[in-house]
Write a protein that binds this ligand. Structure first.
Ligand code: F6R
Length: 248
């Protein structure tokens, strides 16, 4: 096991404060280094963060023209135009509303015929960059996933196909019109990819994340709680609302 560090833990009054803090971190990253490389999650947690970034672009000239974005994951298989795909989510919440160069946005291709070949392709591109900042959410219940690195993920894992934990499928079925359509797998950046970032911000909101946050910070570091690997990185901030922090 690599050296372990203490993440910076910030507990703020409510979920809006989490969004504002996360947005400030991304905005200051881009203003300080306009060609920043940033890895981003999807899901409910960062939705308002993306609204704030779009507002900063529209109202305060936040310039994404030199920024590179890598998504952490995408369901597989899924059509890019499926309204529950992460490609669609990113276009809807962020990419279509900012001046990012479309060739600077990378997301695993859910339509690729071969998930392993697609994982290798994505990993090869990712290896050409060092993310300056990676934003993460955390999985529901006891999953402790980051990206879609479910239980059993190793610290040296890279981009690959993973089967989704039943708790993940159940939580994410709310995003599908027909819940039984929720995919059983995804292509995700690995733990080693996530830990290559210079800085990491994990954001969590709500009661449903409290157990996972407690386990991340206080439990043993290892594959039974992939988010615990974040303690092997020297520059991690964990930003929580009161509900997500209530077991600490
Ligand atoms: C999705 C991702 C996942 C989510 C996590 C939390 O791109 O990386 O790790 O961040 O499943 O999802 P929400 O925010 O919907 O609770």
């Amino acid at each position: 096991m690599s050296a372990s560090y203490n993440p910076v833990i910030r507990i703020v009054p409510n979920s809006e404060s989490v969004d504002h803090y996360a947005a400030e971190m991304v905005i200051s990253q881009i203003r300080t280094k306009p060609d920043s490389v940033i890895s981003l999650p999807t899901g409910s947690t960062p939705e308002n963060l993306y609204n704030l970034l779009v507002l900063a672009h529209k109202n305060d000239d936040l310039d994404f023209s030199k920024v590179t974005i890598f998504n952490l994951d995408e369901y597989w298989p899924i059509s890019k135009n499926h309204p529950s795909s992460y490609a669609y989510y990113m276009r809807k919440h962020l990419v279509d509303h900012i001046n990012i160069n479309s060739t600077n946005w990378y997301i695993p291709n859910g339509e690729a015929p071969d998930a392993q070949a697609e994982s290798e392709r994505f990993e090869a591109v990712l290896q050409q960059f060092t993310p300056d900042l990676t934003i993460l959410g955390i999985g529901p219940g006891t999953t402790c996933h980051i990206g879609f690195n479910e239980k059993g993920s190793t610290i040296d894992s890279t981009t690959r196909y993973v089967a989704l934990d039943p708790q993940t499928r159940s939580a994410n079925s709310k995003f599908f019109q027909n819940p039984t359509d929720t995919p059983t797998g995804a292509i995700t950046q690995g733990i080693a990819d996530i830990l290559r970032a210079k800085k990491i911000l994990l954001i969590a909101k709500g009661e449903g994340k409290a157990w996972g946050i407690h386990r991340t910070i206080n439990g043993e570091i290892g594959a039974t709680a992939p988010s615990s690997y974040l303690r092997c990185h020297p520059a991690v901030t964990i930003m929580l609302d009161q509900a997500a922090a209530h077991l600490l």
